[in-house]
Design a protein around this ligand. Structure first.
Ligand SMILES: *Cc1c(COP(=O)(O)O)cnc(C)c1O
Length: 352
C-alpha cells in the first residue's frame, strides 16, 4: 500500500501572508505611479507559491506577470481574467507548438528568437534589449537594424545590472542607451525597472515595472526598507526532547558544548528545506511565545533549539521561525533571492 500523507498533516509549514504580499505590491504600484505595476513570479514566485501569488495579486489589480520559462507558465494553471504573462527566456524551437496555443508572450531575446516568432504570424510579443548587462537580449545595434520591423511588440524591456547600487553609473548609462533607441522602434510600452529599479527614481518607471523580490519581503534598496512587510515564515514540529548535561556536545562536528544542563528540542527542519547551514546558532525559533536559540550545526533535515526556558514543551508542538530576510542576509551573507528560492519542497505552503 502506498503511504498517503495529507498536506495539512505534514510536519513542516511555510506560512505565507498573502495580505502582506498584496500590501507590498500596492507599495510598488504607488511608486510606479502612472505606470502599470507587474510582478515577477518566476521560480515558483521565488519559492513562495506561484499559483496563489498570481491569484492574490490579480485580485489586487496586477495584470502583468513574468515567468522564466514556458514550463513555469504551465505550472500557473488557468490564469485569472485580465492577467497576461510574459516568458522572460523567450522561445525555443521545441516550445513553439505550446507557445502558439498560449495567450502568453515570449520576451524575444535574440535574432534567432525573432526569426522563430515571425514564423507564427503576427502574434504579440515582448522584446528584451541588452543595454549593458550582457545577459539576455538583442544588442542595441540588432534592435534598430530593422529586424523588429512589423512585429507586434507589446513591451520593449531592458534589465538593470546594478539597480541595487543606487549611485552606480551603470544605471544612468543603461537608461541612456535604452532612451536613445526608442525613437526608432514601434512598441506599446517600455519597462526597465525591477524592485530596486523602481526605487531609483521616476525616470526608470516608463510604462510598466517588473518588481519581484520586494513583493516577497526582500529589501534591496533602502527606500523600501520601512514599507515592505515580511511575507514568509516557517513552522516546524518538535520531533524529540532531550536533556543534555554540562560538557556534552550537540550535533555534527560537536560544534556546541553545553555550558550546564540544558533542555533541547529537535525540530524537523534543516538546510534541505532552505534554513541556511551558515545561520548556525544565530537563529531563534519561537515556541509557545518564547524565543529559543538554535544550538550546534544545522543538519540537512533537523536542527536543535534550547528550550530550557520553557515549562513543559511537548513532542509535536510547533516552533515558528520568523525568517527575517534582512537579518538572515546579514548573518549568512546569502542574498534574499537565494534564501527565498532555496525554500524546499517539503514545506506545506499555508496561505493566510
Ligand atoms: C527576475 C527579474 C525581475 C525581478 O527582479 P527583482 O530584483 O526580483 O525585483 C525583473 N526583470 C527581469 C528581466 C528579471 O529577470
Amino acid at each position: 500500500m502506498t503511504v498517503q500523507i495529507k498536506p495539512e498533516e505534514r510536519p513542516l509549514r511555510l506560512l505565507v501572508d498573502l495580505e502582506a504580499l498584496a500590501s507590498n505590491w500596492r507599495w510598488f504600484a504607488v511608486q510606479s505611479s502612472g505606470a502599470a505595476c507587474g510582478a515577477a513570479v518566476k521560480a515558483n514566485a521565488y519559492g513562495v507559491g506561484a499559483r496563489q501569488v498570481v491569484r492574490r495579486l490579480a485580485a489586487a489589480g496586477c495584470r502583468d506577470f513574468f515567468v522564466a520559462t514556458w514550463a513555469e507558465l504551465a505550472e500557473l494553471g488557468d490564469l485569472p481574467s485580465g492577467a497576461q504573462v510574459s516568458v522572460l527566456h523567450g522561445i525555443a524551437e521545441a516550445e513553439m507548438a505550446s507557445a502558439k496555443l498560449s495567450r502568453a508572450k515570449p520576451v524575444l531575446c535574440s535574432p534567432q528568437q525573432v526569426a522563430l516568432w515571425r514564423s507564427v504570424g503576427d502574434l504579440p510579443c515582448d522584446v528584451m534589449i541588452d543595454t549593458g548587462m550582457n545577459r539576455l537580449g538583442l544588442t542595441p545595434q540588432e534592435a534598430v537594424s530593422g529586424m523588429l520591423d512589423g512585429l507586434q511588440i507589446d513591451t520593449v524591456h531592458s534589465h538593470l545590472a546594478c539597480a541595487d547600487e543606487p549611485g552606480h553609473q551603470m544605471n544612468v548609462r543603461q537608461l541612456g542607451t535604452l532612451r536613445s533607441l526608442l525613437a526608432e522602434l514601434a512598441y506599446g510600452r517600455v519597462a526597465i525597472a525591477n524592485s530596486a529599479g523602481v526605487c531609483l527614481g521616476k525616470e526608470y518607471i516608463f510604462d510598466l515595472t517588473r518588481p519581484g523580490i520586494g513583493l516577497y519581503g526582500g529589501i534591496v534598496h533602502p527606500a523600501s526598507a520601512t514599507s515592505l512587510k515580511r511575507v514568509v515564515g516557517m513552522a516546524a514540529r518538535i520531533v524529540q526532547l532531550r536533556e543534555v548535561s554540562a560538557g556534552a556536545t550537540v550535533g555534527y562536528n560537536a560544534a556546541f558544548t553545553a555550558p550546564g544542563t540544558i533542555k533541547l528540542a529537535i525540530l524537523n527542519l534543516g538546510y534541505a528545506d532552505g534554513l541556511p547551514r551558515s545561520l548556525g546558532s544565530a537563529g531563534t525559533a519561537s515556541i509557545s511565545g518564547v524565543e529559543c536559540a538554535f544550538v550546534g550545526r544545522i543538519s540537512m533535515d533537523l536542527c536543535a533549539v534550547d528550550v530550557s526556558a520553557l515549562a513543559s514543551p511537548r513532542v509535536g508542538d510547533w516552533a515558528e521561525i520568523a525568517f527575517d530576510l534582512a537579518q538572515v542576509t546579514r548573518t549568512t551573507g546569502l542574498s534574499p533571492y537565494e534564501l527565498l528560492t532555496g525554500l524546499g519542497p517539503r514545506f506545506h505552503r499555508v496561505f493566510v
